[in-house]
Write a protein that binds this ligand. Structure first.
Ligand code: GUN
Ligand code: ZN
Length: 456
């Protein structure tokens, strides 16, 4: 194979990748595991993956191989819902959703009119996300253009595949954060869409925050914008059915709608690129609607527990008669950490509250390929497969002394995964590769983070 002109790199170690949904198929048929695997990267994409002994002879010119022992190489995690603009107030005490928004969230987001502030927060956000092995996230910015530009500019530096956009919100929030007019706000969103969508790996979302903070006019224009561009892969991202008093408020604001999902439907906001965060309190009729429109739904357990919202019913969302794609969201700053793996530990406990046990393989599926499906990106990310973008996390089976000891009692891969998600140690992630480049290395001396342009 003549690959002399291209950048060729290898990663060797244990590997896990999913190829089917373990909610609907026998678990053992849903994944590939290599006890000594070799993944070959060529110009940012996966060129080959398989057993080391099979793949290595095909690439005799492959000299640059990163080897990982006592670790598991997996697709980079997909965080299907979070807010980078809430970093400065993560871990704020003592309120449920609507009061928490008023007291902490809205005042903080008001500061993102300042580009310098937005740049600083974006820089910190990407470091947290990459350190935790997340390579794609679906992210709220806020009202201001500066908040969108700061986010995408930092994403471009790492060459991460990220989704964001301007948040549309023109009522029921402080004046300084509120859009001045529905028309202007949606026009600005379209300008930013033209600027950022498909620029490199960046993808754009139309983001009405949630029904209560948009006038009917803004929701209508947002729906039209989404419908005009969804064929090009533009998203609609919002919150849905998170908490009881939020749902009551939506009923009083939109009495003509039959339920909260119907509000979005009426304004043209449902479709196969629509991503709905939370979905804790969802009627059967709403699940059917979400299924019929092909919407993705996002389970944000850390946030739901922290805000006392309610519990996501994973097995309702995955009802085989009307299944939805389900991804995992950290929902920072309602969520209290950046780790998708930690969310899995919480998701297990939430399912137990409803008498269901959620296996580790199902969990890791939702964190990788399932997340990619939720975002309509499962042809490009979320799996370790030839042709896919080489976004990779390397999970450490020996992140600290105790977990190393506990792992000694695990008898198979599923048990090891469950230990990781349940004990969720810091330093769980050894390294993160983005489009084939190692942008995070826990053991690197000097900075653990590197921008793509600084890596050969
Ligand atoms: N609903 C509307 N805005 C928000 C937000 O910022 N966080 C959460 N968790 N729910 C919301
Ligand atoms: Zn949220």
């Amino acid at each position: 194979m003549n690959t002399s002109d291209c950048i060729l790199k290898g990663v060797r170690g244990q590997m896990l990748t999913f190829k089917a949904d373990p909610f609907f198929n026998s678990e053992k048929d849903c994944y590939d595991y290599y006890s000594d695997g070799l993944l070959v990267i060529l110009d940012g994409r996966i060129a080959a993956i398989g057993d080391y002994d099979d793949i290595a002879p095909v690439y005799p010119g492959l000299k640059d191989v990163d080897e990982y022992h006592d670790a598991l190489i997996v697709p980079g995690f997909v965080d299907c819902h979070t807010h980078y603009v809430q970093l400065p107030m993560i871990g704020s005490y003592g309120d449920t959703l609507l009061d928490w928004l008023d007291r902490y969230t809205f005042p903080t987001e008001t500061r993102f009119n300042d580009k310098g502030f937005a740049d600083e927060v974006a820089r910190v956000f990407f470091r947290q996300v990459l350190a935790n092995g997340t390579t794609t996230a679906n992210v709220f910015s806020t009202t201001f253009e500066a908040s969108v530009d700061a986010f995408f500019q930092e994403s471009e530096r790492y060459n991460t595949r990220m989704i964001s956009g301007k948040v549309l919100q023109d009522r029921n929030l402080p004046e300084a954060l509120s859009d001045i007019s529905a028309e202007e706000s949606v026009a600005l969103s379209e300008t930013l869409l033209q600027k950022w969508h498909n620029r490199g790996r960046q993808l754009y979302a139309v983001i009405p925050r949630f029904a209560p903070t948009s006038t009917p006019m803004q929701l209508r224009l947002a729906g039209e914008l989404y419908q005009r561009h969804s064929g090009r892969g533009v998203y609609m991202h919002t919150h849905l059915d998170e908490a009881e008093n939020e749902i009551e408020w939506v009923k009083s604001l939109f009495p003509e709608a039959s339920d909260y999902t119907d509000v979005y439907r009426r304004f043209g906001l449902l479709g196969s690129r629509s991503v709905m965060a939370h979905c804790c309190i969802v009627s059967d009729r709403e699940w059917e609607g979400l299924h019929d429109y092909g919407c993705g739904v996002v389970h944000c357990p850390s946030s739901n527990l922290f805000l006392g919202d309610g519990e996501f019913k994973c097995f309702d969302a995955k009802n085989p008669l009307r299944p939805c794609n389900v991804g995992i969201g950290t929902d920072v700053g309602g969520g209290t950490n950046f780790s998708v793996v930690r969310q899995l530990g919480e998701a297990y406990k939430v399912a137990m509250l409803h008498g269901n046990s959620l296996s580790a393989l199902r969990c890791f599926y939702m964190a990788t390929r399932g997340g990619a499906e939720t975002l309509g990106l499962s042809h490009a990310i979320g799996s370790l497969k030839p042709g896919y973008e080489a976004d990779i996390a390397v999970l450490d089976f020996k992140p600290d002394e105790f977990v190393e000891w506990r792992m000694g009692f695990a008898e198979n891969l599923a048990e090891k995964l469950f230990i990781l998600q349940t004990l969720a140690p810091d330093n769980m992630n050894r390294a993160t590769y983005v489009a084939g480049k190692k942008v995070f290395d826990r053991l690197r001396t000097g900075s653990r983070f590197m921008y793509a342009a600084d890596i050969r």
